[in-house]
Design a protein around this ligand. Structure first.
Ligand code: BMA
Length: 324
């Protein structure tokens, strides 16, 4: 058995693997867990991130409103499945030049040294990576944008590695970006980011147009497990699927393994139909080190939010069974 390095989470949302499936990940039977009108102003609630918080769970949710403006909202849950999302968006304290709202979307949340850091795609004369933190999901502080535009999918590692904070991201354009590779950047202080390294880029098939990091990487005794999204351009537009890679623990820009198959793609109606059809977009994973369980939160068709279950052994055996 491989080990997750991290705390136990006895109340992780969970359903056992259905008998007879060869899949390495399986959907929650009551998906989607968050519907498109979960708060009165919402057109859609998707691509959102959650963490364990005070015996329950807290999260940051992407809610596009009915003017289809993109913003992020805090929410709380006792069980990780039924969510109470605030009706008002997060307001950040900080330098007004940086906190000025253009748009915010696709948040990730990462606990580092007792603070919950939020990274998201932040409009600042083009998309870049916004960074902020909270201790209570009530008061939020915004830091400097990590990069110049254009960039998306900023994903922090949950601890310093060799004395440095590390973040994955995907440099982009200001539109729908028909390209994209994953890079890693390092920082002594979460303000100044540099010493950039290439991690990996596109590959055949389902990941041939672009790839981008998904949830906070999961630390295991074999390396950092990275769930990421890969995009194919079909005659009907982009198709977003999830895949798995294993990164070196000390030098996480080094790819130890990467799956040639996708882990999960759009198959259910709520993934195939919505504001943007054919999208599964993972932004968070809860883990339980005691059992190896992993629970993935993902956006479905840019409209609703779904849950899927797997384990560290399933993910590692998947990436070994279908190597690139
Ligand atoms: C990406 C982002 C995601 C979205 C995806 C599919 O570029 O905008 O928020 O889920 O496209 O539309």
């Amino acid at each position: 058995m491989s080990k997750i390095i991290g705390p136990a989470l006895p109340n992780i949302p969970w359903q056992d693997k259905p008998a007879g499936t060869g899949d390495h990940i399986w959907r929650y039977t009551n998906n989607p867990i968050i519907k498109r009108h979960a708060i009165p102003s919402a057109n859609s609630v998707f691509n959102s991130a959650v963490v364990p918080y005070k015996g329950g769970f807290a999260g940051v949710f992407r809610c596009d409103d009915r003017a289809v403006h993109m913003n992020i909202f805090a929410g709380f849950s006792d069980d990780g499945i039924n969510w109470r999302i605030n009706h008002e968006p997060i307001v950040f304290q900080g330098d007004p030049e940086v906190t000025k709202l253009q748009y915010r979307y696709d948040p990730r949340v990462c606990l580092i040294e007792g603070k919950y850091y939020i990274s998201w795609c932040n409009g600042y004369h083009g998309p870049t990576i916004g960074l902020g933190w909270t201790e209570d999901f009530v008061t939020f502080h915004q830091l400097e944008n990590a990069f110049l535009p254009h960039n998306r999918n900023g994903v922090l590692f949950p601890r310093k590695i060799n004395g440095e904070y590390m973040m994955l991201s995907r440099p982009s354009d200001t539109g729908h970006t028909p390209f994209g590779d994953i890079y890693l950047s390092r920082s002594p202080d979460l303000t100044y980011w540099g010493r950039h390294r290439y991690v990996f880029g596109t590959a055949d098939g389902w990941q041939s147009t672009k790839v981008g990091p998904g949830p906070t990487p999961i630390e295991t005794d074999e390396g950092w497990l990275l769930i990421y999204h890969g995009v194919l351009t079909s005659c009907n537009g982009f198709v977003y699927r999830m895949g798995v890679a294993l990164l070196d623990l000390d030098e996480p820009w080094k790819v130890l393994r990467r799956g040639s198959w996708y882990l999960m793609g759009p198959e259910e109606l709520y993934e195939l139909a919505g504001d943007v059809p054919n999208v599964v977009f993972p932004c968070a994973a809860l883990t339980d080190a005691a059992t190896g369980r992993v629970c993935v939160y993902y956006g479905c068709a840019d409209t609703v939010t779904g849950l899927a279950f797997t384990t560290v052994d399933e993910l590692l055996s998947f990436v070994k069974a279908h190597p690139m």
